[in-house]
Design a protein around this ligand. Sequence first.
Ligand code: FES
Length: 120
Amino acid sequence: MAATTAVRLVGVDELGDSQVTVVDTDHGKLAVGLSDGTPFAVSNRCRHLLASLGEGKVTEEGCLECPWHAARYDVRTGRMVRGPQGAFKPLAGVIKGTLGAKALKTYPVELRDGAVWLVG
Ligand code: FES
């Protein structure tokens, strides 16, 4: 049986008020953070216009919000749960149903010793 390795991604105290950041990994750049105290790691590029999601924020509801047009993602599934806002708001449902239909990739993480670790 192959040994599994864990990789430390970021310390919880390094996350700041946004509760998310960008981390370079062997899987490319990931958006890594905490949602309601639960760690998550998802692919970093917004499904709308490829903004860096790790530069967004985690909302009070625990969603990852894009820094450009405020689309929101469920970090457990990677699915877009709200389409882009602002100038894109009239098209939010269409964008959610097309570009947003492909979920962000999710990665297995754990909270250990005050840090988020990529596991498995
Ligand atoms: S780039 Fe993310 S909502 Fe537009």
